[in-house]
Write a protein that binds this ligand. Structure first.
Ligand code: FE2
Ligand code: FE2
Length: 218
């Protein structure tokens, strides 16, 4: 559980200040992480060519930006979700997404890459989407979480298939992330998530594609 979010009796202004703090930590600071060690801790760096390192650093940059989006989505929903239980659930998931954010950033650095220049843009867009989903009601909000997590799970499977055999470190990180995203999706479904209509699911896939393509370069 993130510190400073424990109080359920906080005013909208208190929550706004906490969200601003969350935004700054996500984009420029150290995210609040759980006690879990990075999944690749203790694993040896594989023998990778410069071209492989560059490609994997770009894949990890995409995953890092995806986690920036996840932070913003959850924070946006936490701002507007109506039921306290749903808000608490969003905040718990957001802390686990913080682990992912930190793990991806660490791996990017190890590979000599850099984070995306477009992250502030994804953050603002995702925060607005999350807040809109929260306003639509808790069932829809959870439905949005479930669909997002399912799409991220599929995306991570694709990235795992692209990793060279030797890169045990990135594999360990992405496998744990995929496991967590699956658990987030199942929790949202168990919490009463609505099934999103096909056009909305397709629109989400399209925006994700736009994000991944541009972040690979920028
Ligand atoms: Fe994540
Ligand atoms: Fe997730």
């Amino acid at each position: 559980m993130s510190e400073g979010r424990e109080g359920r009796g906080c005013s909208p202004l208190d929550r706004l200040v906490m969200e601003l703090d969350g935004a700054l930590r996500t984009l420029h600071g150290r995210p609040r992480v759980s006690e879990r060690p990075p999944p690749d801790q203790g694993l040896e760096e594989g023998a990778l060519t410069p071209a492989q390192r560059d490609h994997i650093a770009r894949l990890m940059r995409i995953n890092h930006s995806g986690e920036v989006c996840a932070q913003a989505l959850y924070q946006g929903q936490a701002l507007t979700a109506q039921l306290p239980t749903v808000r608490a659930q969003m905040e718990r998931a957001a802390v686990e997404e913080s682990d992912h954010l930190a793990w991806c950033e660490r791996r990017i650095q190890e590979l000599g890459g850099r984070k995306s220049l477009l992250n502030p843009l994804w953050y603002v867009g995702s925060l607005s989407l999350g807040a809109a989903a929260g306003l639509a009601g808790d069932r829809w909000s959870l439905g949005f979480v479930a669909e997002t997590e399912r799409q991220v799970e599929a995306h991570l499977t694709d990235h795992l298939a692209q990793l060279p055999e030797e890169d045990h470190k990135s594999r360990a990180v992405l496998q744990q992330m995929r496991e967590d995203e699956g658990a987030h999706a199942r929790a949202a479904v168990a919490g009463g998530a609505a099934h999103l209509p096909l056009p909305l699911r397709l629109a989400m896939k399209f925006s994700a594609k736009l994000m991944t393509t541009s972040v690979y370069r920028l």
